[in-house]
Design a protein around this ligand. Structure first.
Ligand code: FAD
Length: 396
């Protein structure tokens, strides 16, 4: 059984490892010269405990399973995994009903150790934070997702598979009981092809002759970081009560495994699929993004939020005001701009941002169409889900 996988992000590599362990001959193809070059290498590094997601959704079940699998994997391989804990903080009484809903959801999803705290209680966890109430998730953790991805790639190689970097997939053709894939000057023949291409999903789907009913819209998430001694003002993870209209969690304060504390990410429409800064503009990508009716409908429905996010990005004000809402001792001098990531978020034709993970099967081709946060957390469980439930040829 020959299985081809597009994408050497954490998801493609987790799928490759799962298939290689089941005895398949696995080849991972990625256009970049390193693993984890895109979303996997540009995120907050949070192992989400499964608090927010609609009970019964793929996100809810695969996040809970994924946390357990990732925790064990990190322990087994000596990879960093630190349960620093998370507070979701209501900064006004108006946010308390939303906070209660989150606590209820977290319990329904079986998230361990959830506690509801008042303003005093939250300061026992984060002495420099303020709020009128909080939900505490003590088991929410941080890790190093690129290190996990590199370890997964090593596992794939150890099971006899190969990870071919600098191999952009340029052609896909299903014929004579196989899928032919042109990449890096070679034509590979696979029994099944699985696409985990993140921001490149639509291009791979189009090559496969299955453009589908959703399109990827790139939302950049920019970060600032706390400078010098200001880092000591945040022990773990401090999040706002999210706006239920969006799948993004809002600008938060995140302690990272390397000791940095990030403030972010915001969510602005990127001007290219890999648009990491305002200077990255691709007329071709923009034509595709704006040519999708869903993007225009989404923009019409949410333009006020969009304008606010763009202003906050350019002025940097979104970061300071969000950070000070939860940690008032912070000043403008404590924040400095740092990098960002671009989320691959699927948007439906009617303008709806797809909330759940989405996986499609088209003949011998499996297409992961939507794998935004918490897909890094859930990657090992998503891989098992694909191996168990997607109709792959029988011997897997
Ligand atoms: C700002 C931000 C913050 C986030 N925070 C978190 C968090 O704290 N916790 C969490 O669990 N999740 C988080 N996420 C989400 C998480 O990073 C992603 O869900 C996850 O990394 C998806 O992994 P992936 O392998 O599908 O995608 P990617 O890592 O993007 O990998 C896709 C790969 O496909 C390759 N590719 C694309 N097209 C082609 C082609 N034609 N040929 C060959 N290769 C191709 C790319 O080069 C890339 O390496 C965050 C994401 C962002 C952007």
């Amino acid at each position: 059984m020959r299985i081809g996988i597009v994408g050497a992000g954490i998801l493609g590599l987790a799928v490759a490892r799962e298939m290689a362990r089941a005895g398949a001959e696995v080849t991972v193809l990625d256009k970049e010269d390193r693993v984890a070059a895109h979303q996997t290498g540009h995120n907050s590094g949070v192992v989400h405990a499964g608090i927010y997601y609609a009970p019964g959704s793929l996100k809810a079940t695969l996040c809970r399973d994924g946390v357990a699998m990732l925790r064990e994997y990190c322990a087994e391989h000596g990879l960093p995994y630190d349960e620093v804990g998370k507070l979701v903080v209501a900064s006004s009484r108006a946010e308390l009903p939303g906070l209660r809903r989150i606590a209820g959801r977290a319990r329904e999803n079986g998230v361990p150790g959830i506690a509801e705290l008042d303003g005093l209680g939250l300061r026992e966890i984060e002495p420099d934070a303020v709020g009128v109430g909080a939900v505490h998730s003590p088991r929410t953790a941080i890790t190093d997702f690129p290190a996990v991805a590199r370890r997964l790639a090593a596992d794939v190689a150890a099971s006899g598979g190969s990870v071919r970097l600098s191999h952009p997939v340029r052609g896909i053709r299903e014929r004579a009981g196989a899928v032919e894939v042109a990449a890096g000057g070679t034509v590979f023949r696979f029994d099944t092809l699985i696409s985990c291409a993140g921001l490149g999903t639509d291009r791979v789907a189009a090559l496969a002759g299955s453009p589908g009913e959703v399109r990827i819209v790139p939302f950049r998430g920019e970060y600032h970081r706390l400078a010098g001694s200001a880092k000591s003002l945040v022990r773990g993870l401090i999040y706002p009560v999210p706006d239920p209209r969006y799948p993004f969690l809002g600008v938060h304060l995140t302690r990272r495994i390397d000791g940095e504390v990030l403030v972010g990410p915001n969510a602005v429409l990127a001007l290219a699929f890999e648009g990491y800064t305002w200077r990255d503009v691709s007329p071709r990508d923009l034509g595709r993004i704006l040519g999708w009716p869903g993007t225009r409908r989404m923009a019409a429905a949410h333009w006020r939020t969009g304008v606010r996010e763009v202003y906050g990005s350019l002025a940097g004000s979104a970061f300071l005001s969000a950070a000070r809402r939860y940690v008032p001792a912070l000043t403008a001098a404590d924040l400095e701009r740092t990098g960002g990531g671009v989320r691959a978020q699927a948007v439906a034709r009617d303008g709806r941002l797809l909330d759940d993970f989405a996986i499609d099967v088209h003949g011998r081709i499996v297409l992961v169409r939507n794998a935004p946060s918490p897909a890094a957390t859930s990657s090992l469980a998503i891989a098992r889900h694909i191996a168990l439930t997607v109709p792959l040829p029988k011997s897997i």
